[in-house]
Write a protein that binds this ligand. Structure first.
Ligand SMILES: C[S@@+](CC[C@H](N)C(=O)[O-])C[C@H]1O[C@@H](n2cnc3c(N)ncnc32)[C@H](O)[C@@H]1O
Length: 416
């Protein structure tokens, strides 16, 4: 073994391969478990070192040629060099290990995983623009990698790239283009985020000249504010039996191929009298929760999402769901004295605040469903909930983001 060669033990969150070298922990970019690699150190931190591969001495049988030509320079994906089977197993292990290590929760194993196609799954893509060019940023940098296509994006979004490149050249000060594609209605919604203002007539003419007719709406945002809108500021998605309106400023789960399975995995089989749902967005889970409940009271801090959610309940003739525009903390305080048999949570990556976790424990719902897109904050919050008297009944991994290190988890808890 050459002096710099290290053996990679496992994949860790962030997509790094972990190895030990002279009692120092190494996080190695693009390394896979079982590989013997020669490394070059990039950054020394207090407790660990970030390194990159100089040479793979002994490759893993699950290493593959990354299908995307920009992989390695573009920062969007971190796991394309691993077979999809290895990606799933690694995410399952990372989720379990995080829940055990940070959450100190005893969990035998996962109750399953939900995953599907590894490419073409994203219906929402946020392109970066720099110097009139379109692409994505390099890993941990603001340097642009120009691209012609993105393999994880829906093929229709790739079809729009030539028009987006034209916009990148012609809109001065353009920094980002956000594209949302509706597969059911075959239409696009576009947000342009610019650092320079633009005249209204020029904006309209440019959009007419450059964009195809199935772009149903374009918003021009300057200094964070939507200053012009051409067309509609919403599109529709079909999820199972329901049709959802989603506005430009509302959140939508990006992996359209897993929408129905994701909902099925999160919404419990049991029937409930009263459900409190926090972080409800456009009502993605709410309409399905309503099928199992006498009443669902749902909240989100985003006004645009709540307007969509209210519209979606009316559109789908769902009468037993009420929506409100409150933060989860405000909603929990407002309903402090009410009895819920289920509290359903889907917070952003930061997870719950300690105040929110305390209010949930004080409310003592019979069941809790916690949908999370960040294993470490899920683990931290589960620790509090389990200490507060709940038992973790099931844990699922949902691979909503294949070829990246991101993952989603669904934890179901019941009062002991
Ligand atoms: C991961 S998204 C989930 C949305 C929805 N459940 C869905 O699946 O489409 C998180 C949601 O939490 C909302 N949110 C963020 N911080 C919040 C807070 N402090 N209180 C309430 N909602 C919040 C966001 O507006 C967003 O809609």
């Amino acid at each position: 073994m050459s002096p710099e060669a290290v053996l990679v033990k496992k994949l860790v969150y962030g997509g790094y391969g972990l190895a030990e070298d002279k009692n120092r922990t190494l996080f190695i970019e693009y390394a896979l478990p079982g590989e013997l690699v020669e490394v070059e150190k990039l950054k020394e931190k207090k407790d660990y070192t970030i390194a990159k591969i100089k040479r793979v001495i002994l490759p893993s049988s699950e290493r593959r040629d990354p299908p995307c030509p920009y992989y390695g320079s573009c920062g969007g994906c971190q796991l394309q060099h691993a077979s999809y089977g290895l990606q799933i197993r690694a995410k399952e292990e990372i989720l379990l290990e995080t829940i055990r290590r940070i959450g100190k929760v005893e969990v035998k194993g996962l109750d399953g995983s939900i995953y599907g196609e590894e490419f073409g799954y994203r219906v929402k893509v946020q392109f970066k623009v720099s110097g009139g060019k379109l692409g994505f940023f390099e890993r941990k940098s603001h340097r642009l990698v120009e691209i012609e296509e993105c393999l994880v994006a829906h093929p229709a979004i790739n079809g729009l790239i030539p028009a987006l490149k034209e916009l990148s050249k012609r809109v001065k000060g353009l920094k980002e283009i956000h594209v949302l594609y509706s597969p059911s209605d075959d239409e696009f919604l576009i947000k342009l985020l610019s650092e320079e203002p633009m005249g209204r007539e020029k904006f309209k003419k440019l959009m007419d000249d450059v964009l195809p007719v199935n772009v149903c709406g374009v918003g021009f945002y300057y200094m964070g504010q939507k200053v012009y809108l051409k067309g509609r500021d919403f599109t529709f998605f079909l999820i199972g039996p329901y049709r959802y309106r989603v506005s430009m400023d509302s959140f939508i789960q990006v992996n359209y191929m897993l929408w129905e399975r994701f909902v099925k995995g999160a919404v419990p089989e049991d029937r409930y009298r009263k459900v409190l749902e926090l972080h409800c967005g456009i009502g993605f889970f709410s309409l399905f929760l309503s099928e199992k409940s006498e009443h669902v009271q749902a909240y989100d801090s985003n006004r645009s999402a709540i307007k969509d959610a209210e519209y979606n309940a009316r559109l789908n003739k769902v009468a037993n769901v009420s929506f409100g525009h409150l933060t989860s903390q405000e909603a929990l305080k407002k309903h402090g004295g009410d009895i819920f048999d289920l509290i359903f949570l889907d917070p952003p990556r930061s997870g719950l605040s300690s105040g929110e976790a305390k209010l949930i424990l004080a409310n003592k719902p019979r069941d809790i469903v916690y949908v999370s897109c960040e294993p470490s904050t899920l683990a931290r919050d589960l620790k509090v909930l389990v200490k507060g008297g709940y038992r973790l009944k099931s844990l699922l991994m949902v691979d909503n983001f294949p070829n990246t290190y991101h993952m989603e988890a669904i934890a179901k808890l019941s009062l002991e």
